[in-house]
Design a protein around this ligand. Structure first.
Ligand SMILES: [Zn+2]
Ligand SMILES: [Zn+2]
Length: 270
């Protein structure tokens, strides 16, 4: 597998990104790694939708789309020659129909990423008093299916990764999800024409992993089932600075994709 696209890149318009994550620096880092299709996806909550948290309030449509001005500048134009540059967003999902982007606003972006599992945002995205892996799993599967019902997401990002607990929790929760439960979710994604993100996080080394790369067997199982279900995949380094890109994050992701039988043919073309 050879990765030539990444549609989950944060610029310094995202409050949580590093100041050095200028669009130019991100484009340059990607370009040097052979990425030809570069999609910015800054955090977004559309003002016309109720429910923005304090953190999301300033990160509205106007703010996220302001990247276009920078991209039109001389430096970015020069760096992006021969590349495809896309402007998308990573919005928020609170469950049910509560999503941070209207259908109208979604039309202003090249793509929309929806995270079903930003569970670190306690008492906003996720109830603070739920800590048991079984309970987290139940909510996680429900949220995934609800995202599919929205029919808004180009891709669902970092799927089934329980954030905001112990570092081991995502894997514990994944181990509780049966093959059949995954299949139901991924078939729904295929039907909703929603891509599954191949996120940098799945290619992280894990103590249960074998071989040199020590990929998590749980992550391999999940993404292999997604591939078997006929899903398409988007690539997401989720970089918040040029650093992980320069450090070679795509190489690990390529080897991880190989372990799951995911090839260039499975990648969403935008
Ligand atoms: Zn995210
Ligand atoms: Zn992100």
């Amino acid at each position: 597998m050879h990765i030539t696209s990444d549609i989950h890149l944060h610029s310094n318009l995202s409050s949580c990104a590093k100041p050095e994550a200028t669009p130019a620096a991100i484009i340059k880092a990607c370009r040097d790694q052979g990425i030809r299709s570069i999609g910015f996806a800054d955090h977004l909550w559309d003002k016309t939708m109720p429910g923005a948290s304090k953190w999301y309030q300033p990160q509205d449509v106007e703010h996220v789309l302001s990247i276009k001005k920078t991209l039109a500048g001389e430096e970015c134009q020069e760096l992006s020659r021969g590349l495809k540059i896309l402007v998308g967003c990573e919005t928020e999902f609170l469950g049910g129909k509560q999503v941070g982007i209207s259908r109208e606003a979604a039309g202003l972006f090249d793509f929309v990423l929806i995270p079903p599992d930003h569970f670190h945002m306690k008492n906003y995205v996720f109830p603070a008093d739920v800590n048991a892996p079984e309970d987290i799993k139940t909510i996680m599967i429900r949220r995934f299916m609800e995202v599919m019902d929205l029919e808004l997401a180009t891709a669902v990002v970092h799927p089934f990764h329980a954030m905001g607990f112990t570092p081991e929790m995502p894997y514990v929760v994944q181990s509780l999800i049966s093959d059949n439960e995954y299949r139901e979710c991924f078939i729904a994604a295929k039907q909703a024409r929603c891509a599954i993100e191949l996120h940098a996080g799945v290619a992280k080394p894990h103590e249960a992993g074998s071989g040199e790369d020590k990929f998590s067997p749980e992550c391999i199982r999940m993404m292999t089932i997604a591939r078997e279900c006929g899903c398409s995949f988007s690539i997401g380094s989720d970089a918040h600075s040029p650093e992980p890109i320069i450090a070679g994050v795509y190489k690990r992701m390529e080897r991880f994709a190989d372990c799951c039988g995911i090839t260039e043919a499975h990648i969403l073309q935008l």
